[in-house]
Design a protein around this ligand. Structure first.
Ligand code: PLP
Length: 395
């Protein structure tokens, strides 16, 4: 059966897909139909933080599907309550709203910020300032929040009330605030836009500015959260807390789940009926989420920090020997290699042929977001492949 041909016939053409059919994954390795093996430094785009088919996640899912796969949020169920408790106990937040994806988590954050601010300050408080190069999702609200015009084109009119400012520029943010502004929304470490970290001083100043002007600070940790950067949440590196945070991607070990976490003060603006999701916080996804957090806190985050530093040091060595590399950026296992050439897609393609999956981000950046359970030996193998690819391309 030619599944690629069949896919082209029946699946809507919204992705540029590589011509492989993946059938199995174990740890940091995936296999295609032909049995070819790939070292997976994509991890489902920062989703499979515990690697593929982690035994704890598999056991949690199996255990839950035998009992109950779905029940409405008209009723309580145990995995959702357990996961909410774990998220609250390990973050700044007090209350959690569950949905199914990053985009939905950001929609929820935008709605909560508006509801809270309108109640507190009046109907005119609805404006949200986001960052250039940001990525917040593809639904109309989260798309509008995304500070990249290439994703907006063709879908206007967008949602009203959004403004964009350059990242790490506190004066630009100050200038953009007006009487309508209610919130500032950003990724502490930008992912899809090209792996750009917030400066330490910048985040602190943003927090101060928000407090001074009565604005909510929303951190989108959909990609940089869940242990990826060597802390459970990226904001913990900075000692700056948001009022609202969004999570998805890695939160449920590969099952679709999103979460929006807020302080009690802010969360209290939502009353029953204000927001909802049929599948949000589904029992199976939440059971997987509980297993994920326990594994992360049980040592996996420490591995992400240590191996992340090792991978970064190895990439910095490549930076010295390959003039095509401009810069290595990022924290933990959320790293970007910026090239000073256009052929980043070629790097990704060639690496794949040699058995390494990586992906691009932003402009001329190769992104590496491997599972957090990755070993030193696997890092060495990946760096070796990248080194070979660059040598080939340089001749
Ligand atoms: C992937 C991503 C999203 C969107 O998540 P979906 O689950 O695809 O809707 C939002 N924000 C950030 C930072 C992301 O990386």
């Amino acid at each position: 059966m030619d599944y690629i041909q069949m896919g082209k016939e029946y699946v809507m053409n919204t992705y540029n897909r590589y011509p492989v059919v993946l059938v199995k994954g174990k740890g940091a390795v995936v296999y295609d139909e032909q049995g070819n093996e790939y070292l997976d430094f994509v991890a489902g785009i920062a989703v499979n933080n515990l690697g593929h088919c982690h035994p704890s996640v598999v056991a949690a899912i199996k255990g839950q599907v035998e009992n109950m796969i779905h029940c409405s949020n008209l009723y309580w169920h145990i995995p959702q309550v357990e996961l909410a408790k774990l998220l609250v106990e390990n973050s700044f937040g007090d209350k959690v709203f569950f949905c199914n994806s990053g985009a939905e988590a950001n929609e929820a954050a935008i709605k909560l910020a508006r509801k809270y601010s309108k109640k507190k300050y009046g109907e005119h408080k609805y404006g949200i300032i986001t960052m250039q190069h940001s990525f917040h999702g593809r639904t109309l609200g989260s798309l509008t929040a995304t500070g990249q015009t290439k994703y907006h084109e063709g879908f206007e009119p967008l949602v009203e009330g959004f403004k964009y400012v350059p990242f790490n520029d506190i004066d630009a943010l100050k200038d953009a605030i007006d009487e309508n502004t209610c919130a500032v929304m950003m990724e502490p470490i930008q992912g899809e836009g090209g792996i750009y970290e917030a400066d330490e001083g910048y985040l602190r100043k943003v927090r101060e500015l928000c407090d001074e002007k009565g604005l909510l600070l929303i951190f989108d940790e959909v990609q940089c959260g869940m242990g990826r950067t060597g802390e459970l949440f990226a904001y913990q590196h900075y000692g700056v807390q948001p009022d609202i945070m969004t999570l998805a991607k890695a939160i449920a070990g590969g099952l679709p789940l999103g979460a929006m976490i807020a302080t009690d003060e802010v969360a209290s603006a939502f009353k029953p009926g204000d927001h909802a999701s049929t599948f949000g916080g589904n029992p199976v996804a939440c059971a997987a989420g509980v297993a994920v957090i326990k594994e992360l806190l049980g040592g996996v985050i420490d591995n992400a920090r240590e191996i992340g530093e090792y991978l970064k040091s190895r990439l910095l060595e490549l930076n010295k020997t390959h003039p095509v590399i401009n810069e290595v950026r990022g924290r933990g296992l959320m790293l970007g290699v910026e090239f000073n050439m256009q052929e980043v897609a070629e790097v990704v393609n060639r690496a794949m042929k040699k058995g390494l999956l990586v992906l691009s981000a932003g402009h001329k950046v190769v992104r590496m977001v491997p599972p957090l359970i990755i070993t030193k030996a696997e890092v060495d193998k990946a760096v070796e492949i990248l080194d070979q690819v660059l040598k080939e391309m340089e001749v």
